[in-house]
Design a protein around this ligand. Sequence first.
Ligand code: S3P
Length: 424
Amino acid sequence: MKLIINPVKSLVGTLRPPSDKSLTHRAYMFASFATTESIVRNPLRGEDCENTLRAMIHLGLRHEMLGPEEFRLIPTQEWMQPNAPIDCGNSGTTMRLLAGLVASRPLNVTFVGDASLSKRPMGRVATPLRLMGAEIEGDRAPLTIHGKELQGIDYVSPVASAQVKSCTLLAGLRAKGTTSVSEPSLSRDHTERMLKAMGFRLDSEGLKVSVEGGQEGHGFEFNVPGDISSAAFFIVATAILQNSRLEVDELSVNPTRTGILDVLTQCQIPFFVTDVREELGEPVASLVVHTANLLQPFTIEGELVPRLIDEIPVLAVLATQCEGTSIIRNANELRVKESDRIELVANGLRQMGAQVETFEDGMAITGPAKLSATKIDAHGDHRIAMAFAIAGLIAEGTTEITGADSIATSFPGFESELARLCVA
Ligand code: S3P
């Protein structure tokens, strides 16, 4: 599918972003090992999460539709042996977290994925699982796991990755003894918060989190809040278009995910957060953002990186409009996402007229640049497609983005929401 974007004057209105992808994956997975049934409202119906739901159904989860966006999820005591490989599609979270859940069960499961997922590193989850005693064939998909009785480990993860942390902790729930994971800086902590809300005991000490094997946790009721990683595209559009104002409602504002707000502060983009409440241990709020007068450049490095890792493509678009050089460092993880996001972002922005220098672990972008429209190949990466759609809103001419069907993995309805909120 090709996405055609023409320049617009401003963006005004209220957005309820699509529900959080990380939280929806976890809701389906965690409901599958709860002792009682769960109710999940407003799950993200994007392709990544639908792959997780299908996978859990193959493994024995039963589900009933209670309403158009409301599921009753009923766990089985013994997970079922699937009779075919589990297709994780484009979703790293599905493959990595499920690996941890399957490794302790008497099952033989093969996970497969699309061309992008088949290139991404799975050794990062296979390593701790092997240390715990699991038998795993492959360090990339297809990945075959022969479940075993696992032993707790004290694992020091070389990357700040919630997928590695979650996989190891989920395996640890059924391992003998204690399983601990330490990470170089704090990655999103949804797994820890949701497991605690289900009654599991986890102990956190600095950057180390531990869980005792053999615990049980109950089901839950969960209204999945909006995804800040999806809202980010509209937040950046608001900041760079004239006379714009956006209200984002029912937004997940977990502090391990709100790095973009730190960037807004650095850029002097006016925003405020209201109506903070909690949903299954996760903070939820409304956010109001306005056009900035003069955009200051920003720096993303160190512990800020995992707090906005998925937002970097669109923050790079923001950087092209800042008065000076914005720096992104320590973001090597971008090279192993759905695409090499450093390369694709830098090449596309240069094609549009921006000044971009790349490093192995990031970029330096000097603005402000007058962007001109071009043809972008998103290489099947949803966040690349959406980031360039936002760049297209301020570019002169018509921007064409191919490979934009990938947007359905995380943001069904992106194009119509953009059309609804933008003023031509
Ligand atoms: C995710 C964690 C992040 C993120 C991904 C979703 C999760 O990956 O990029 O989109 O739900 O745990 P890493 O933990 O590998 O950085």
